[in-house]
Design a protein around this ligand. Structure first.
Ligand SMILES: [Zn+2]
Length: 444
């Protein structure tokens, strides 16, 4: 056996029960070693499987000035994530098996988290010709998406759902009717009017959601709706579920924390697509998370260089970074006010997205990969974008005081973030021997 690490005095994410857990050679051990090589005292912090973010822009190949696989996965680790699914809207897009392989190789060499690439739906993400779904899948793509752009043609979308069904992959949809959003800079509403900016109505999203739900029904394909932002889209997702269709949906922290008023005085850090919506939509997002309409959470981590965001509002690119604030925004604004239990919140960042994307199961059970995160849900910290691991500093949450601090992230048995100050000296005489066995994980 290689070096053993024992974490003692943690709380199990599911129930809050005290647990101790040991790992070695990248896997969780069944027992607890009497004299581990490394002994960490969790001090009552919560231990959970590593989080997974299924909507991340790692920007490589081609846009290393915004982010790289190395910096993006370091940001992921700092946020408690041990796996990310990355979007194919790179330069060039991930529309060939060679690029999927390139990302996987790069991630193995330089990554601090597991990387699961998505392949493009259409060649060049131009919406004209489908990519080779089977080849992309066989190379390691876990889903298909033209994220960043909608698939405007319904016929193209229908065929994509049919071929993806046969390949066993979901289509991840950025829902936007380009004829309704054309020229739009932010949500349509009083703030856009005050600022003299062209608005994007919620219907630009929800009409496409309705269309694609019908196409999912027609094709028996699997549809995953990315970054849902408004009430009408959530209603459409609810209806699809009532009909028993294979449709799932995600939303992102900025949609449950902010409204379009955050644009304030042309703040480009509140500029993303879909845009921040009204208070009514924010309430609907909270409701849909609480009642189970939303299947999983994701960040839409979209890093940009400072000089790109530091432009007039209508010229700055859409998007904000999200990996390093996601868990704290979940704990502070979903768990603390009582919209979700802690266990359900963690499920929405772990088991739920893994199921939808067919990612390997990760639990704290003996023999499973040691992919885990230890966090103190009550610890306050202030968001300082200058200290992000991400190359992107574009966040609307700079200066916010949040609760929920990541203490340690471990991926495949390697510490990928934190751990400082947790280590205690092991006496080796058995007095430090942990008293509580790891929990037995049961899966439905
Ligand atoms: Zn998108």
């Amino acid at each position: 056996m290689g070096e053993t690490t024992l974490i003692r005095n943690a709380r199990w994410w599911r129930t809050g029960e005290r647990i101790d857990l040991a790992f070695s050679d990248g896997r969780v051990l069944a027992g607890l070693p009497p004299s581990p090589d490394r002994l960490l005292d969790a001090g009552g912090a919560v231990l959970s499987p590593g989080l997974v973010d299924v909507h991340v822009h790692l920007r490589e190949p081609g846009q290393g000035h915004k982010e790289t696989i190395e910096t993006g996965t370091r940001a992921a680790a700092a946020g408690g994530f041990t796996a990310v699914a990355c979007m194919p809207n790179t330069e060039p897009p991930l529309d060939r098996r060679e690029w999927i392989e390139w990302v996987l190789t790069r991630a193995r060499d330089a990554g601090s988290a597991r990387v699961h690439p998505m392949g493009a739906v259409t060649v060049g993400q131009r919406g004209e010709r489908l990519t080779e779904f089977l080849a992309l899948r066989d190379a390691g793509a876990v889903a298909l998406s033209d994220d960043g752009k909608p698939i405007a043609s319904a016929a193209m979308m229908r065929r994509a759902l049919e071929y993806a069904r046969d390949a066993g992959l979901p289509i991840v949809c950025h829902e936007e009717d380009p004829t309704l959003s054309a020229g739009g800079q932010m949500n349509e509403g009083p703030t856009a009017t005050r600022l003299g900016l062209r608005g994007i109505p919620g219907a630009a999203e929800s009409t496409m959601v309705r269309r694609d739900v019908e196409l999912a029904a027609l094709s028996a394909g699997r549809l995953h709706l990315a970054h849902l932002s408004c009430l009408e889209s959530l209603e459409a997702l609810r209806d699809a579920k009532r009909r028993g269709l294979a449709v799932t949906g995600e939303t992102c922290p900025h949609y449950w924390t902010l409204t379009d008023e955050a644009v304030g005085d042309y703040d480009t850090h509140a500029r993303m697509n879909p845009p921040l919506r009204s208070a009514r939509d924010r309430e609907a997002v909270l409701q849909a998370i609480a009642d189970g309409t939303i299947d999983c959470l994701a960040t839409d981590h979209a890093p940009h260089a400072a000089d790109e965001k530091d432009q007039p509002f209508d010229r700055a690119p859409f998007g904000i970074v999200g990996l390093e604030t996601a868990l704290a925004l979940t704990l502070t604004f979903l768990v603390e006010p009582g919209h979700l239990s802690l266990a359900r919140a963690i499920e929405l960042w772990t088991e739920a997205p893994r199921r939808i994307f067919g990612l390997p199961e990760v639990s704290l059970a003996p023999g499973t990969p040691a992919d885990l995160v230890l966090f103190d849900p009550g610890a306050e910290w202030t968001v300082e974008p200058g200290r992000f691991r991400s190359r992107g500093r574009n966040t609307p949450f700079g200066g916010w005081t949040l609760r929920g601090r990541i203490l340690l992230t471990v991926c495949g048995g390697e510490v990928t973030f934190g751990g400082d100050g947790l280590e205690v000296a092991s006496t080796g005489d058995g007095r430090d021997r942990a008293a509580v066995a790891p929990p037995v994980e049961h899966h439905a």
